[in-house]
Ligand binder design. Structure first.
Ligand SMILES: Nc1ncnc2c1ncn2[C@@H]1O[C@H](COP(=O)(O)OP(=O)(O)OP(=O)(O)O)[C@@H](O)[C@H]1O
Ligand SMILES: [Mg+2]
Length: 259
């Protein structure tokens, strides 16, 4: 069974620091179908990263449950791959070293690592940079390495926390389209956090809008765009503008209370 269903049921997360406890998420429920591209937007501090780390198994829910293919999440696993905004690459390892490291960590036999790594390095357009160190790469290239490293061990579910947030617009767009190609070809389930409404609408099949802190479900919006068209046609379509405005309106209701 290689499916990628994620279900959150009445999830609550309380951070217990030494001083006062903080409820980051309360009573949050939603389902992400196998192979779905699902984005999460919400005001800053509403618990988006917390939610991603709960699905990843880096944090435990305080109450409620998150299941992946009907199994409660109890820790990280190779069925889920996380891509961070700040790339989280090892500065002392080359591109090849960073990508093979993920494979080693996930139990891929040594003789297969290089070949698999090379395949994803090529997929992400990084061929020729195998022996380069992260500090010599641009932000866009670093994020390609981050993606190659995660894709190489073939997680069914990609969990992405504002992965393109630090990139300029042309690079963002290039990586968004790379990601869509990968999603279509490899049939991954994607849970994608962003604060960029346009990005969420362009990429996703559904968007979860969270309320302001403490975050819960405000609304889930279906995105119905003709994906056979190219970017230009999609973003200039009436459906795109209407959906974007609908998400904006919902989000604005939340953010106007935070200032
Ligand atoms: N380790 C922690 N200990 C205590 N409180 C935390 C911790 N991490 C996050 N929080 C709090 O939990 C809430 C949600 O934080 P989180 O980082 O998940 O929000 P976010 O939606 O990802 O924000 P942003 O859009 O700014 O990235 C915030 O109030 C934050 O201060
Ligand atoms: Mg965050």
């Amino acid at each position: 069974m290689n499916e990628g269903r994620v279900i959150a049921s009445n999830v609550e997360k309380v951070y217990r620091s030494e001083r006062t406890p903080t409820t980051a998420i309360e009573d949050l429920s939603f389902e992400v179908g196998d192979g779905e591209f699902f984005s999460v937007v919400g005001p800053s501090g509403c618990g988006k990263s917390t939610l991603l780390y709960l699905i990843a198994g880096f944090l435990d829910v305080t109450s409620g449950m998150i299941t992946v293919n009907d199994h409660a999440v109890e820790g990280p696993g190779t069925d889920r791959g996380v891509v961070f905004q700040d790339y989280a690459l090892f500065p002392w390892k080359t591109v090849m070293g960073n990508v093979t490291y993920g494979l080693a960590e996930n139990g891929v036999p040594k003789d297969e690592r290089r070949e698999t790594a090379q395949h994803f390095i090529d997929t992400m357009g990084l061929d020729g940079f195998e022996d380069t160190y992260p500090k010599e790469l641009s932000g866009g290239m670093k994020q390609r390495v981050g993606l190659a490293r995660t894709l190489a061990y073939d997680p069914k579910i990609l969990l992405m926390d504002e992965p393109f947030g630090a990139l300029d617009q042309p690079l963002r767009e290039a990586l968004q389209d790379n990601l869509l190609d990968i999603w279509r070809e490899l049939g991954k389930t994607v849970v994608f956090i962003t604060h960029d409404v346009e990005e969420a609408v362009y990429l996703s099949e559904r968007v979860l809008i969270m309320t302001r802190h403490p975050g819960t479900r405000k609304q889930v919006i279906d995105i119905d765009l003709d994906r056979t068209q190219d970017r230009e046609a999609i973003i200039t379509s009436e459906e795109f503008t209407e959906t974007k405005n609908e998400v904006w309106r919902s989000l604005r209701e939340e953010t106007k209370h935070t200032v």
